[in-house]
Design a protein around this ligand. Structure first.
Ligand code: ZN
Length: 166
């Protein structure tokens, strides 16, 4: 998938953020936040080009995303020797959700096949009800198969119109 297609998700993502924020629901955003010598980088023998280096422009959220005040940012992949696909892996996400007494999470993001999928799987493991916002997830590879797979784990799916967002 090209950048253009990913950028097209942003208006939908912004609508969701605005809707949830108006309802007073917490918004949590995960991000890769890697040291410059991170193990996932090809230079270190990993599978990915250098990306999301701590403090760099590439680690910033997209400038067109409208972030509400009080949005919580959860960093992952912060240690040089360990990568994290899931937003829960080696991060404070589970603790934050527990502190907030969250029972249901609505999930969106650009990378359905790896980061988002692993995040959903981990959310199910700690018995959260997960709703994947299927019009606000990127299509890296075979989206229908991935959605089928996570549906079998009890994950629900919704779109903006299902939630009355226009
Ligand atoms: Zn990464």
């Amino acid at each position: 998938m090209g950048m253009r297609e990913r950028n097209n998700l942003i208006p939908t993502i912004n609508s969701y953020i605005q809707h949830f924020s108006r309802n007073g629901w917490p918004i949590l955003a995960t991000r890769d936040w890697h040291p410059p010598n991170h193990c996932s980088f090809t230079e270190q023998g990993g599978p990915y080009p250098i990306h999301c280096v701590q403090g760099s422009r590439g680690a910033q959220f997209h400038s067109d995303l409208v972030m509400p005040p009080g949005m919580m940012v959860i960093s992952k992949g912060t240690a040089s020797k360990k990568d994290a696909q899931s937003g829960f892996e080696g991060s404070s996400l589970a603790d934050r959700l527990e502190d907030l007494e969250i029972k249901t999470v609505f999930v969106l993001g650009p990378a359905i096949q790896n980061c988002l999928k692993q995040t959903v799987v981990d959310a199910c493991k700690i018995r959260l009800q997960v709703v994947v916002l299927k019009d606000a997830i990127g299509n890296l590879g075979d989206l229908p198969d991935t959605l089928n797979e996570i549906s079998q784990a009890g994950v629900l799916q919704a779109t903006a119109s299902d939630l009355g967002i226009h």
